[in-house]
Write a protein that binds this ligand. Structure first.
Ligand SMILES: Cc1cc2nc3c(=O)[nH]c(=O)nc-3n(C[C@H](O)[C@H](O)[C@H](O)COP(=O)(O)OP(=O)(O)OC[C@H]3O[C@@H](n4cnc5c(N)ncnc54)[C@H](O)[C@@H]3O)c2cc1C
Length: 295
């Protein structure tokens, strides 16, 4: 049996540059980054992990920001908390779906400490921010000393609790382009307890043509129904180029449900989650359509 010790070496960075230097120095060591500690400290407390080094980035103030400009869209730094996103007036005005999503993430206490980027990096398949970020076509900046790459939100989680971030790298920013005109976005999660992880969740973006009759673009993403959040591309194709009626939406929802591969757990069976995914797509799609008509 492996003995798990609770000793670790603590390192703290005050700037992004310092953090990247430390990551470079320790890239071959057994280390973990800690931001708000909401998931990491829990995993350590339960002795699920016992890293040799902890690299604390909570004090990296140059990555604690939320910025918007009409050309580039929204930028959320790695140290922006859930609560900061939820309460940001510019996020509410331009990407209200993110504030709606944040209102149901965990508790206020967890949202005050936990970062949105940390939630993505923890890579629970039911993580709330992933589906809305996927439909909003967000990209996550991943940096190492002297280098940076951008990972589409739908490729960020690569497996159960595993992301595209490699040793020596950290996620530094989420970038979301401006919403196309005549677009509506909605997100909904279903969980048994308020503020808990979702059994399943869905986000839908619908963009209509100038007459607001025909769907010119659609993006659908689901959480909790696979080893990572997923994009339901076949279902999107059902909506594109059509006037969206209840029947079209029901067809897309049935296809989206087929694109999932949930696993059974104590809280619900795989069949239930598959069904739930379809129901969510139907409801969320209907609201996204209404929002697109009002946009
Ligand atoms: C009781 C409870 C309920 C919760 N309910 C929900 C919920 O309903 N919905 C939901 O979406 N989430 C939920 N969460 C998860 C919560 O949102 C996350 O724990 C939190 O956002 C993680 O952010 P953090 O800054 O605390 O990250 P940490 O806990 O510090 O880190 C989490 C992981 O990400 C890595 N990491 C952090 N930042 C970076 C970075 N910049 N680059 C690379 N790796 C990084 C760490 O190494 C670690 O592996 C819940 C958590 C708790 C404790």
């Amino acid at each position: 049996m492996k003995t798990i010790t609770t000793d670790f070496n603590y390192l703290a960075a005050k700037t992004a540059e310092e953090a990247l230097d430390l990551l470079y120095e320790h890239k071959d060591d057994d280390y973990r980054i800690i931001a708000g500690g909401q998931s990491l400290a829990t995993a350590m407390k339960h002795r699920l992990i016992a890293p040799e080094y902890i690299l604390d980035i909570k004090g990296v103030s140059d990555l604690d920001y939320i910025r918007f400009d009409e050309k580039e869209g929204l930028k959320i730094g790695a140290l922006a908390t859930h609560r900061a996103v939820e309460k940001s007036p510019i996020v509410r005005e331009k990407y209200g779906v993110l504030c709606e999503m944040e209102e149901n993430v965990a508790s206020v206490e967890t949202r005050n400490w936990g970062t949105l980027v940390g939630d993505l990096c923890n890579a629970d398949p039911a993580v709330d921010p992933a589906p809305p970020l996927i439909v909003l076509d967000a990209k996550i900046s991943v940096a190492s000393k002297g280098e940076e790459r951008k990972v589409p939100a739908e490729e960020f989680a690569v497996d159960f609790f595993e992301t595209a971030v490699q040793p020596g790298e950290m996620a530094t920013e989420i970038r979301i382009p401006p919403l196309p005109p005549n677009s509506g976005v909605h997100f909904m999660k279903y969980s048994q307890i308020h503020g808990d992880y979702a059994l399943a969740s869905a986000a839908v973006l619908i963009t209509l043509d100038g007459s607001k009759e025909q769907c010119v673009n659609a993006r659908i993403a689901l959480g909790g129904v696979g080893t990572t959040p997923i994009r339901a591309k076949k279902a999107e194709e059902i909506l594109k180029g059509k006037k969206i009626t209840d029947e079209v939406l029901a067809e897309a929802a049935a296809v989206a449900s087929e694109e999932t591969s949930p696993i059974s757990g104590i809280e619900a069976s795989a069949e239930y989650k598959k069904d739930l995914a379809g129901t969510l797509v139907k409801r969320v799609g209907k609201e996204a359509l209404e929002r697109a008509r009002r946009a």
